[in-house]
Design a protein around this ligand. Structure first.
Ligand SMILES: Cc1cc2nc3c(=O)[nH]c(=O)nc-3n(C[C@H](O)[C@H](O)[C@H](O)COP(=O)(O)OP(=O)(O)OC[C@H]3O[C@@H](n4cnc5c(N)ncnc54)[C@H](O)[C@@H]3O)c2cc1C
Length: 414
């Protein structure tokens, strides 16, 4: 969600010591992750379906709700959100994403919409405790992944009806087609590239929006991913996030060649990177803890395998890398929450490091478990499959490096 409602001058000083509220929420989510999420993880991974009973349980306990999410974002230190994300994804990343995937659409509405739009649409993203809904954020297209400026989905204004008419195809949308609210990034002026983009809410049940092919994935299989088709999809004028006046000003600035403060899709990704990093850390920590335990129990050559430096050093490196990733993530989260500019692309640094560490640490965990690491009876192969997405979505590792390189050099590195 928005990150600038605390001025940098008032920012709480950065502390690694969690306060009572943070510890309480961490323990609460850990209990849910250990007791409800993790025991269900293998089943939903095999089924490759959205785990609605678990989303319903998360809604029933108040975790999956507007109030629950608002509480996470409200913490002025910014640390509650990564702490909760890490715990939930420690339980399972596929189910974690089924619960948290709505957050991307919520962030877009909160960050780019007016207060009235936020009040109208954000509650609908969640549905109710009795009948929860999920939301989708649709930016990527078949020919526009890393290159967001290549988006072709077009929104045109119909003066006669006062509606926006959206046409195009979205790819890879988490919750795409099964969501109630879809937030769709479309171009209103293709000549302006990314600066001609705008974000639209497509309300639940709008004719013209339909689900395309569902993606069968390597990991994160309890999270639904699909194409979304928009065919003469008409939405009311006030579904343009931020409103027409603000869009008109932005387009005028772009046409005059003035510098931009960022564009629709990138603004959403920038704010959410540390949260995504924390999810990756949750997976890495799960694998590390499991491998540590296993190495203590498993005996070969008459002694526990952890007594071999080769194994113990792997675990030492895993712990060190995971803690390093978490420190980068908490720093970026604290900065983002307090409106401190990411001058060295600290958000991207956290996502890059955490994603790479998650892939590496889960692979090390497989190695430590030997054959059992490769078997589906044990969770580490699933964690490895799940971890891999963190070097791809919300900006690939290469794109994060590009963002960091440009930030530190001032050079338009390609
Ligand atoms: C499970 C899953 C869920 C997703 N959820 C969503 C969602 O909810 N909403 C949404 O909008 N999108 C979503 N995505 C899409 C995701 O954001 C894109 O897959 C990602 O941005 C990469 O785009 P691409 O797949 O087209 O890869 P490409 O952009 O085609 O990249 C392919 C390779 O080329 C590299 N590359 C590209 N450009 C450069 C460059 N300039 N310099 C160096 N290397 C480069 C990349 O790093 C990568 O290694 C999801 C994807 C997945 C797999």
């Amino acid at each position: 969600m928005g990150t600038t409602d605390v001025s940098p001058a008032d920012a709480p000083s950065f502390s690694l010591e969690l306060n009572d509220d943070q510890r309480a929420v961490r323990d609460w989510i850990h209990g849910f992750a250990a007791g409800v999420v993790r025991p269900a993880a293998a089943e939903w991974d095999e089924r490759e379906e959205t785990p609605w009973p678990i989303i319903e349980e998360a809604a029933r306990i108040g975790l999956y709700s507007l109030e629950g999410f608002a509480q996470l974002y409200a913490d002025p230190t910014g640390l509650t959100l990564p702490i909760v994300s890490e715990e939930l994804f420690w339980g399972d990343a596929g189910i974690g994403m089924a619960i948290m995937g709505t957050g991307l659409a919520v962030s877009a509405i909160f960050g780019q919409g007016t207060p009235e739009q936020a009040a109208t649409w954000i509650p609908q993203c969640f549905g109710t405790a009795e009948d929860p809904a999920v939301a989708a954020f649709c930016s990527s297209e078949p020919d526009a992944g890393s290159d967001v400026s290549a988006i072709r989905t077009r929104a045109r204004w119909d003066e006669a009806t006062g509606e926006w008419v959206i046409n195009g195809q979205k790819a890879w949308a988490t919750n795409g087609g099964i969501a109630g609210v879809h937030v769709v990034i479309a171009t209103v002026d293709p000549e302006l590239g990314a600066r001609g983009h705008a974000a639209f809410v497509v309300p639940p049940g709008t004719p013209g929006l339909s689900m395309g092919a569902k993606v069968r994935k390597h990991g994160l299989r309890a999270s639904h991913t699909a194409d979304v088709h928009l065919d003469e999809c008409r939405v009311p004028g006030d579904c343009l996030l931020g409103g027409r006046e603000r869009l008109g000003e932005r387009l005028a600035r772009a046409r005059s060649g003035a510098r931009s403060k960022g564009q629709a899709a990138m603004a959403t990704f920038e704010a959410s990177r540390p949260t995504v990093a924390a999810q990756a850390i949750g997976i890495a920590r799960a694998a590390y803890e499991y491998a540590l335990d296993y190495a203590r129990q498993r005996e070969q050559f008459g002694r526990p395998i952890i007594e071999n430096q080769a194994i113990a050093f792997m675990l030492a490196d895993m712990k060190t890398e995971i803690d390093a990733a978490r420190l980068l993530t908490w720093r970026a989260s604290w900065m983002g929450r307090n409106g401190i500019p990411f001058e060295s692309a600290e958000g991207s640094m956290s996502k890059l490091k955490a994603g790479e560490v998650a892939v590496w640490a889960t692979e090390r965990a497989i190695q430590i478990l030997g054959g059992n690491g490769y078997a589906r009876e044990y969770p580490v192969e699933r964690w490895h499959r799940d971890a891999k997405i963190y070097t791809i979505f919300e900006g690939t590792s290469e794109i994060q490096r590009l963002v960091i390189a440009r930030a530190i050099s001032g050079v338009q590195v390609r």
